[in-house]
Write a protein that binds this ligand. Structure first.
Ligand SMILES: [Zn+2]
Length: 262
């Protein structure tokens, strides 16, 4: 039953992105998610939470305040600088306008556990919640047109069944009222970057994204789960800007406390 509810919520939450036809046919002036769709998602989440009370994303305690972390774990979740400074040069090589990250992540942290839970299990409620929290960093000034999640390669998507950045982007969309657009493709499977040097990572990530039609003139909010070196976000932003995007701002749930470390 729980699986069915989560799967239903997953389908609702990903109705555009998961439709292969919409990937090529979606227009960027498509209207934001409707109120009825938002209500349906909220109702499904509430029903799921009622029938199956949550546990903390990082331990077995009950979470506090309607979130996904218990009080002890919440106390171990350090907030990152609201806007990643330009001293992280590789992040901004592409022309990325800004990068906002909600939390720091490091081995053993509750944030790392939450991201892992999103990545390796069907947990769209948690992903959407993370996106909603991160969206609080974005000023609602009307300077953005669309949310673009960082894509994963088709083979990875088939293996995992979903793209965690899309699920997080859906939560961002709920908060900001902007459409989620699958404007990026990842034609080459990513290579594990663990243990690679920063320069090697940049080479591996080069040209691994291509932007679809319709991005010209669009002010994009590029969304990912975690920023480690910024190389992936940088490549994705470059592809969007080369395709004519008016601007690209970055948003991630977490950033590595030590950029450049594995
Ligand atoms: Zn906990």
């Amino acid at each position: 039953m729980r699986g069915l509810l989560e799967y239903t919520g997953f389908l609702v939450a990903n109705r555009r992105v998961s439709d292969p036809n919409s990937v090529t046919s979606l227009h960027f002036n498509d209207s934001p998610p409707g109120e009825s769709a938002r209500r349906m998602r909220t109702a499904l989440r509430d029903l799921n939470a009622f029938l199956f009370p949550r546990t903390c994303a990082a331990c077995d305690n009950r979470p506090a305040g309607g979130g996904f972390f218990c009080l002890p774990c919440s106390a171990r979740v350090p907030r990152a600088d609201p806007e990643v400074p330009a001293r992280l040069c590789p992040v901004f090589e592409s022309g990325l306008s800004s990068l906002r990250c909600l939390w720091y992540t490091e081995p053993g942290s509750p944030v790392r556990a939450a991201i892992h839970a999103v990545k390796y299990s069907l947990c769209p409620d948690l992903a959407a919640w993370l996106g909603q929290q991160a969206a609080g960093l974005v000023p609602k000034t009307g300077d953005l047109d669309a949310i673009v999640p960082v894509p994963i390669h088709r083979s990875r998507r088939l293996e995992r069944g979903f793209n965690q950045a899309e699920q997080i982007a859906r939560g961002v969309s709920d908060e900001l009222g902007l459409p989620v657009s699958p404007a990026l493709r990842r034609p080459v499977p990513s290579i594990s970057q663990t243990g690679k040097t920063s320069s090697t990572r940049r080479l591996l990530a080069a040209d691994t994204f291509c932007a679809l039609e319709g991005v010209a003139g669009v002010r994009v909010l590029l969304v990912d789960d975690v920023v480690t070196t910024g190389t992936t976000l940088n490549s994705a932003a470059r592809a969007l800007l080369e395709a004519g995007a008016a601007s690209v701002d970055g948003l991630a749930v977490a950033v590595s406390r030590r950029p450049g470390s594995p």
